[in-house]
Ligand binder design. Structure first.
Ligand code: PXG
Length: 289
């Protein structure tokens, strides 16, 4: 494994940045999780745009342009010689002193880790479906720390993940501050009712996921009615189908929520069809390397 740090490649053991980097001290930095399929990077442009938007929002200077970030990602993939990869792109605030003030940080680091896989959920869950649970920790308030910012501080989501694990589940539904369904810890959520597809809007506590947008696009192309609309827990419980989307998770069915069996208790027909169509999209599109 060769890891990119600021223009150079390092072996895993030698890939290090300062303990004074505010990325470590305060979670001050931004990141993206990206995938490649068949030597093509899926939605690379969209991921880089989102990274730069997160950086802009927290006034983090990224020392590279969009084109340079794309080039570096492609170079890191070539260096690692993987046909299918999970890519973690990180930009930190940089080393500073033991105080919050980011003005004291010099240039941050750009890190690209290329992994051969990321196993978010056990393989059999993709065939049988996940059991998930609503957890007490609500998603960050947009007026406090907007969930659109993919920052290195993921404690909000980690707390929810811990609560799901405590309840014996692999994933958590996080609500927004009004009590509506926001998203899961690293995935967006969809429900199907009477053939229509519903997912929460991005305005409250929901990240505008790139996989989410791909699913909406596939659905619209296939003349499935889509709705970006607030969803209550009740609406999840009475849905015909439920599934989660994310770069790491891809598309995974959900068959139980808070002990309620969803639909037939098996992955739904529309879910299975969208999983297949998403797979087809990933292998045919993206930046070649
Ligand atoms: N919501 C949140 C909070 C996320 O972090 C998604 C939705 C899905 O977005 P995309 O654009 O990937 O469809 C994410 C992204 C992990 C992990 O290890 C999860 C993400 C990114 C990196 C790692 O669980 N999720």
């Amino acid at each position: 494994m060769k890891i990119y740090i600021d223009g150079k490649f390092y072996a895993k053991e030698d890939a290090k940045i300062s303990v004074f980097d505010h990325g470590l001290l305060y979670g001050d930095g931004v990141f993206e999780g990206i995938r490649s399929y068949n030597r093509r990077v899926f939605k690379l442009s969209e991921h880089i745009d989102r990274l730069l938007e997160s950086a802009q929002s927290i006034m983090l200077k990224v020392g590279m342009t969009k084109e340079q970030l794309i080039k570096a990602t492609v170079a890191a993939l070539k260096e690692n010689k993987l046909e299918n990869a999970y890519i973690r792109l990180i930009v930190t605030r940089g080393p500073g002193d033991l105080g919050l003030d980011p003005r004291k940080c010099c240039q941050g680091s750009t890190v690209i880790i290329i992994a051969d896989k990321i196993n978010l959920y056990p393989e059999k869950m993709y065939r049988e479906g996940l059991a998930i649970v609503t957890v007490p920790t609500v998603r960050n308030l947009p007026e406090a720390l907007n969930p659109q910012i993919k920052s290195l501080n993921y404690l909000n989501n980690i707390l929810a993940k811990i609560e799901a694990a405590n309840a014996g589940c692999d994933e958590a539904i996080m609500l927004d501050s009004l009590g509506y369904v926001a998203e899961c810890t690293g995935d967006n959520i969809f429900v199907v009712k009477n053939g229509h597809l519903y997912t929460p809007p991005q305005c409250m506590g929901t990240l505008r996921g790139i996989t989410r947008d791909s699913i909406l696009e596939i659905a619209r192309k296939n003349r499935i009615e889509t709705h970006e609309h607030v969803i209550t827990r009740h609406e999840v419980y009475i849905s015909d189908e439920c599934f989660l989307t994310g770069t790491a998770a891809e598309v995974i069915p959900v068959v139980k929520v808070d002990g309620r069996v969803i639909g037939s208790g098996k992955p739904g027909k529309l879910t299975l069809s969208l999983m297949k169509k998403f797979k087809e999209l990933t292998v045919k599109n993206g930046v070649k390397y």
